[in-house]
Design a binder for this molecule. Structure first.
Ligand code: BDP
Length: 720
């Protein structure tokens, strides 16, 4: 009896240990490959995939082989053999047309033509008279993308009985921009230090670099900019380039090219030249030599990303030259090697009238002046990654220029690392906006994918939210926005709901209740944060420097356009920025009929009301409420919805991995407190102008405005 008890005790302890050991820390991202939970599906999959084969021997095919082995064995719960023939059938056959003779018996010509260089075909069919599933592509990287997509079908428990998929990217360059500094910190990073360890490179290759490449390849990302836009010129020294080459080598099999942010003054700081002027022949030679050096180390180097004449960065304006002159200087240097330049449109100097107009004023006259290997990289809104902005009017204003999108995945202005916000809704809102550049239907997506103006060099970038935290993004939900960025870059027709559904199934569970509940949290999350931070088109009312928390009162900056008061313009009459003809006239940067719609107080979409109009506090809204009451209700609804997110999450206890559930519960707790902080601080601050009471029935702020104004966060992450 005693022995039985001891054994029992031991078993219980072991079980406890095993459970703990299995607690998920989020490192595996959406590539978990845990056993398929639905028994019927598991049986189907085991019947359809009795074995698998993949042809070719490149490093890319080796990576795909490894992924298949781990993926299938994990998902199907037993070793699925790699075979060398079709045997009795029900084999998964992967490869290029060129490398796999078995595929030549099937008519794949049209499908493969559609798939292009990075896409793939997945179909069920007969090979040698036997049932098979085929993952075919024109290139090895296409095969790898197809393998990831096939595994996704199993991970999300789709039916694989009758597959007929052709998938290809709509946008050519799908890039993550890291704002990582060489000292290991990350500008606006909320998930710990940089994942690049520059000190131990080029020799030490962290497992994480490979997993980074796998994750990106699984969603079709094909480029990475390794360093911050506020670029340290040192990255271009030989010492660092060797390290960059080591990373490029890790990423190459996964179809990911490396790019670097270049500092425009590098010829001065590194080359000891007197000037960095594009007109100076020594400067031109310096960049050409530098490009030659880079390409000798990294033959497939992608090119440069440049922030010039913005927030203290050097640039061509220092020499009285245009942004195009600057971009073309670097473009000339990389052109012989097939490289490109992504030149940022985030350029502004202090403008007392309206900073939101500047990018258009600077760049529109330069349409047609950029070299063919330059892309102009434009932030989604005219200002700066706010929780909500209308799309930048540059999309639709420069038909002769390659225009690329820049989104921010790291949530500098959207609750940073502590909030749960699924950004697909924000990305989709911008991409689906109609510019009317060539009449109705001229969406931003069509500008970016090149179809509107016939461009083939197209691109989309997302400022990364990845850091050294074990789960990559700090808050695990941050992974969903990284995932969404890649999926939309590949196919912007996917809906936010489809993407959320995939991510939840791969990350948490295929259980119907979990999927539906988490989907609700995710799909509403962006609007919730807008409501308690920046309702009705308010923007830029953040804490100074760190951009953490509310700071509508900030009015002391030496840069007047870094003050919140510059943007909300609250006074005794009302609130909001008049961008109509009576104000800055930014509305006229949009095409009709949008310009007229935005300019009209009654027609302007409510979500942009205070972006375009200075509206009286007692203005009667369509809802029947005064503007003041409406603002208050939005702030309060924002807090209520975070509480609702908490309720939904709490209802999932026991249905999601314990550690993942606990972590999110704590993050939601922080978010609820932050939402209340935002609501109270903003309501009290704007009340000093409106002089109107917070509507009856709403809980009153429990602290004073002075209290909120006194809060300081000197060590908040990501501080500049
Ligand atoms: C702002 C960030 C700043 C970046 C800048 C940029 O606060 O850290 O350097 O954007 O995009 O939003 O260059």
């Amino acid at each position: 009896m005693k022995r039985t008890l001891i054994v029992l005790g031991l078993l219980i302890t072991l079980a406890g240990l095993t459970t703990d050991a299995r607690a998920d820390d989020g490192y595996r991202l959406w590539l978990k490959y845990d056993l398929v939970s639905n028994p019927q599906k598991l049986r189907d999959y085991r019947t359809s995939v009795r074995g698998w084969m993949i042809s070719g021997s490149s490093r890319t095919i080796q990576a795909a082989r490894k992924e298949l082995r781990n993926g299938l064995n994990g998902l199907l719960g037993s070793e699925i053999p790699e075979v060398d023939g079709i045997g009795e059938g029900n084999i998964l056959i992967c490869g290029t047309y060129r490398d796999n003779p078995l595929l030549r018996g099937i008519d794949l010509k049209d499908k493969l033509e559609e798939a292009g260089t990075e896409g793939f075909v997945i179909m069920t069919g007969k090979v040698g008279g036997k049932d098979a599933i085929i993952v075919a592509a024109n290139t090895d990287i296409g095969v790898l993308h197809g393998v990831f997509d096939f595994l996704r079908l199993l991970q999300t428990q789709r039916d694989i009985g009758d597959l007929d998929i052709v998938s290809f990217p709509r946008i050519k360059l799908r890039i993550l921009d890291h704002w990582d500094n060489l000292n290991g910190t990350v500008e606006r990073g909320y998930a710990g230090f940089s994942i690049w360890n520059w000190h131990t490179l080029p020799v030490f290759i962290k497992r994480r670099y490979i997993d980074y490449a796998r994750a990106n390849a699984s969603i079709g990302i094909n480029g990475t900019v390794l360093n911050s836009v506020n670029a340290d010129p040192l990255i271009l020294t030989h010492r660092y380039l060797v390290k960059v080459a080591a990373l490029a080598d890790v990423f190459r099999p996964y179809g990911i090219k490396v790019y670097l942010c270049a500092n425009f003054d590098a010829p001065i700081t590194l080359g000891k030249l007197k000037s960095a002027s594009p007109l100076d022949t020594n400067v031109r030679k310096w960049w050409k030599d530098k490009a030659d050096e880079i390409y000798s180390l990294i033959p497939d180097f992608g090119g440069f990303l440049v922030k010039a004449n913005s927030e203290g960065q050097p640039g061509p304006s220092d020499y009285g030259l245009t942004q195009a002159d600057g971009a073309n200087l670097l473009a000339d240097a990389v052109r012989p090697h097939g490289g490109i330049v992504m030149w940022r449109a985030f350029v502004y100097t202090y403008n007392p009238k309206d900073r939101a107009k500047q990018a258009c004023e600077i760049f529109k006259p330069l349409d047609g002046k950029f070299a063919s290997n330059v892309l102009l990289q434009i932030k989604n809104g005219p200002l700066d990654f706010q929780p909500r902005e209308p799309f930048s009017p540059l999309f639709g204003a420069m038909p002769k220029t390659n225009l690329m999108m820049e989104f921010q995945i790291t949530m500098e202005y959207l609750g940073q690392g502590t909030s749960t916000v699924f950004l697909a809704s924000l990305f989709k809102e911008t991409l689906e906006s109609d510019t009317y550049a060539k009449g109705k239907g001229s969406t931003v997506a069509k500008v970016v994918d090149g179809s509107l103006d016939g461009h083939t060099l197209t691109g989309i970038a997302g400022v990364s939210n990845i850091g050294a935290d074990r789960n990559w993004t700090g808050n695990e939900f941050g992974q969903s926005s990284w995932y969404a960025f890649g999926r939309l870059a590949w196919n912007h027709d996917l809906t936010s709901k489809q993407i959320a559904d995939e991510w939840i199934r791969m990350t948490f569970s295929n259980d119907a209740e979990v999927v539906a509940s988490v989907e609700r949290i995710m799909l509403e999350s962006r609007e919730n944060v807008v409501n308690y931070m920046d309702p009705l088109g308010l923007n830029m009312i953040f804490g100074y420097d760190n951009h953490y928390g509310p700071g509508p009162w900030v009015d002391w900056s030496p840069h007047p356009d870094w003050n919140s008061t510059y943007y909300h313009k609250a006074d005794s009459l009302g609130v909001g920025f008049d961008r109509t003809k009576t104000g800055s006239d930014a509305v006229s940067q949009y095409h009709p009929p949008l310009s007229a719609e935005f300019a009209s107080l009654t027609e302007c979409p409510l979500k942009y009301l205070l972006w375009f109009h200075h509206v009286p506090w007692n203005y009667q809204m369509k809802s029947g409420k005064t503007l003041w009451d409406d603002i208050c209700y939005h702030y309060y609804a924002g807090v209520d919805s975070v509480r609702e997110m908490q309720n939904i999450w709490n209802s999932l206890k026991g249905k999601i991995d314990k550690q993942e559930w606990n972590d999110e519960q704590m993050f939601l707790d922080i978010q609820e407190k932050e939402a209340v902080w935002w609501r109270n601080a903003c309501a009290l601050y704007f009340q000093t102008f409106s002089k109107m009471p917070i509507p009856a029935g709403l809980e009153k702020p429990d602290k004073t405005l002075e209290y909120y104004e006194s809060l300081k966060f000197p060590n908040a992450p990501g501080t500049w």
